[in-house]
Design a protein around this ligand. Structure first.
Ligand SMILES: [Zn+2]
Length: 454
């Protein structure tokens, strides 16, 4: 109670949300500074970024690098110059770079030796002891009907200038502020040719032991209208998360099987966190959790991060339109094809960008996750004892212990404690649990799934 009282004093806004279940209500506390930041995200800026990228004709990974007004080279330079502009406006807080490597021909979509470039802006954390890194990305490259056509027009307004415009807008508003942990904004190349840019960065992060806590991929966040089924939806966004981690080791498999953690990978905890925080901070958007890594038999730039053992998810619009996606611009029997800027709902893209902002700000402001989280198994009991250790870095105000029924997709209850151990009168046979750190302002870390301990 004392804790809640303090939260009320510190934060400016108290919201009562009525849930769809009539009669129930939940109380949420919002950080007024985060709300101010989110308000700065502009749909007009998203639109002008998308139109600029489309004006470059094609951004195919194998397109020209020498033309100032066309191709992937011009696109990389333009994104870099935007990042540099925001850095200047923030007193030099963004470290901007072109991060390049050569791709060897693969006989498929890399038909010749190709220079591949990711454009990155790093907002260094203000706490020198905080080694956590958060990554948010979209892909800059585009394609048309023919995957290897590096010359023909490929506007790629939605796929994925929409995601890159979100990354730019996030860099713009977040670089004016301070966060204890580091945030990297990145425009990937080579997505359409085989997730090359994200694979390059994910492998580097793994080799150099980066402490990447979460990676958010935004790929196609502006279309609201489906072809064929003719659905319209500007109020839902899908978040895809892997179930059993691609990178799972045999030891991790044993723990997963013995604790029934099939639906509780770190990426799924991140997805649930996005739903909770996104819907808390952004109006008129529902985060629809899709319990699979990506669309059926498909992948995106989060997948290479998953494969390297990182926690990563994908944001994607609710409805896709295959008349627009990966299509040459043309008209056939009165139907318009092509991924053009006029097909995008920029207000919808703005809301999804705001969800990203809320999640990144909340996570990077929160203390690190509790360490050595365990569920005590030293005796047979009808209650559940969980214990853990405080994280390094900023000391949490306390911890939230999450609980849900085993058949429920989302956490249902939170118990607050300022200790590092709790005993709850609920059997671990019948419920799932996790623990997150929380600071004085209510910023919560990702939840950690407990493993058996004595
Ligand atoms: Zn894409």
């Amino acid at each position: 109670m004392k804790y809640l009282y303090k939260i009320l004093l510190i934060t400016a806004v108290v919201l009562i949300n009525l849930t769809t279940d009539y009669g129930q209500q939940t109380t949420s506390y919002k950080d007024s500074q985060m709300m101010e930041m989110i308000k700065e995200i502009s749909s007009a800026n998203l639109e002008s970024s998308v139109r600029k990228m489309v004006s470059l004709g094609t951004r195919h990974t194998l397109s020209t690098r020498n033309d100032k007004e066309k191709g992937i080279g011009a696109a990389c330079n333009w994104v870099k110059s935007e990042f540099e502009k925001y850095s200047k406006d923030s007193g030099g807080k963004l470290e901007v770079k072109l991060d390049s490597t050569f791709l060897e021909p693969d006989g498929r979509r890399i038909v010749r030796k190709t220079l591949l470039t990711n454009v990155m802006a790093t907002l260094k954390g203000t706490d020198p002891n905080d080694k956590r890194i958060f990554i948010v990305g979209g892909h800059l490259d585009s394609r048309n009907s023919e995957a290897n056509d590096s010359v023909g027009t490929a506007p790629g307004a939605n796929d994925d200038a929409s995601g890159v415009s979100a990354v730019l807008e996030l860099a713009r508003v977040m670089s004016k502020r301070n966060f204890p942990a580091t945030i990297i904004f990145v425009a990937f190349s080579g997505e359409e040719q085989g997730l090359n840019g994200s694979t390059f960065l994910a492998k580097k992060a793994k080799e150099q032991n980066w402490n990447v806590v979460a990676m958010l991929n935004n790929d196609m966040i502006g279309n609201t209208f489906s072809n064929e089924t003719l659905l319209r939806d500007n109020m839902q966004v899908r978040v895809f998360s892997e179930a059993i981690p691609f990178s799972e080791t045999d030891a991790q498999k044993n723990i997963r099987q013995s604790t029934s953690a099939e639906n509780d990978s770190p990426s799924r905890q991140l997805a649930r966190y996005i739903k909770e925080i996104g819907e808390r901070y952004v109006d008129q958007i529902e985060v629809k959790l899709i319990y699979r890594n990506d669309r059926f038999l498909r992948g995106g730039d989060h997948t290479p991060f998953n494969r390297q053992g990182f926690t990563a998810v994908r944001f994607c619009e609710m409805n896709e339109n295959y008349n627009y996606q990966h299509q040459n611009v043309r008209e056939e029997n009165g139907i318009k094809f092509g991924d053009l800027p006029e097909n995008i709902d920029y207000e919808y893209a703005r809301k999804i960008t705001c969800v990203n902002a809320a999640v990144l700000a909340s996570l990077s402001s929160a203390p690190d996750v509790p360490q050595n989280v365990g569920v005590v198994i030293s005796g047979l009991t009808n209650s559940t004892t969980l214990k853990w250790k405080a994280p390094q870095g900023k000391t949490p105000k306390g911890y939230l212990v999450l609980m849900r029924e085993t058949y429920q997709p989302l956490w249902e209850k939170k118990f607050y404690t300022d200790k590092t151990e709790i005993t709850l009168p609920y059997s671990k046979d019948n419920y799932f649990f996790a623990v997150q750190s929380v600071d004085e302002e209510g910023h919560e870390s990702l939840p950690v799934w407990p493993v058996p301990v004595r």
